[in-house]
Design a protein around this ligand. Structure first.
Ligand SMILES: Nc1ncnc2c1ncn2[C@@H]1O[C@H](COP(=O)(O)OP(=O)(O)O)[C@@H](O)[C@H]1O
Ligand SMILES: [Mg+2]
Length: 240
């Protein structure tokens, strides 16, 4: 199978010495939807930040077969769209239009094409007509949709989403799951929302203390209660 992402021997320590990733080896096939689950502090966000070169370290990251290097960072960022956990980290413009247009403008598209890409992206996330609104006055669910639209407007081939259902009420959560499910590209989703992962992802990887501890079809991970418990992902009644 053709590979969207390949990671070899990736380890990372933050400048303060905190080791966040240990010897990660991983390949994601084109078109796959893969969950990255694990307790708080497992290293999920740190791993996602390596996929478009926001963080760099020893080890190799290949995107669509091309090793990520300084000289192709712009290309990588046009292929790998990263949706941050907190939409306020993604949305910084006075209007929704400006935020969704930022990527295509940066990629050098002409004004007419930019407009087309923005309306298509907003339509895809069900937010047509919001062009003139201020992103900061939207609900969390709406902000999440706009954050996804900022990626869709760049026609990224790989969508990377950090904790998409965090802070969403049940209706907004299921609307978001349906939306993401309908997107055709390769997807990597970090979360500890097992309900969402089960609905969305065919394959699940468990990360704990910076290490990959499981990688299997989602149904077999979800049915392994002992494994989930061992990594802080399922709760059981206290033993007396
Ligand atoms: N900016 C940072 N500086 C130092 N340590 C960090 C930083 N961000 C995260 N860490 C540490 O790296 C580890 C992994 O964090 P993170 O990738 O955010 O985990 P997760 O997303 O799974 O909750 C944790 O021990 C966390 O405290
Ligand atoms: Mg995180």
């Amino acid at each position: 199978m053709e590979k969207a992402i390949e990671i070899e021997n990736l380890s990372y320590s933050y400048p303060d010495g905190q080791q966040a990733l240990r010897e990660i080896n991983l390949a994601v096939g084109l078109g796959q939807t893969v969950a990255l689950i694990g307790p708080n502090g497992a290293g999920k966000s740190t791993l996602l930040l390596h996929l478009n070169g926001i963080l760099r370290s020893d080890g190799t990251v290949r995107i669509l077969g091309v090793p990520l290097e300084d000289k192709n960072l712009k290309w990588v960022r046009s292929k790998v769209g990263l949706v941050f956990q907190d939409p306020d980290d993604q949305l910084f413009s006075p209007t929704v239009f400006d935020d969704v247009a930022f990527g295509p403008i940066n990629m050098g598209y002409a004004e007419e094409e930019v407009r087309g890409k923005v309306s298509q992206a907003l339509k895809w996330v069900g937010m047509e007509g919001y062009e003139g609104r201020s992103p900061h006055h939207l609900s969390v669910g709406e902000k999440k949709r706009i954050a996804i639209a900022t990626i869709l407007s760049m026609s990224s081939e790989i969508l990377v989403i950090d904790e998409p259902t965090a802070n969403l009420d049940p209706r907004a959560k299921w609307e978001l799951i349906t939306l993401v499910k309908g997107l055709p590209m390769t997807k990597i989703v970090a979360s500890h929302d097992l309900e969402m992962v089960t609905a969305l992802c065919e394959r699940t990887i468990i990360l704990d203390e910076g290490k990959m501890v499981a990688d299997d079809a989602t149904p077999s991970i979800m049915s392994n209660t002992a494994l989930l418990e061992r990594h802080g992902l399922a709760t059981t009644p206290e033993r007396r």
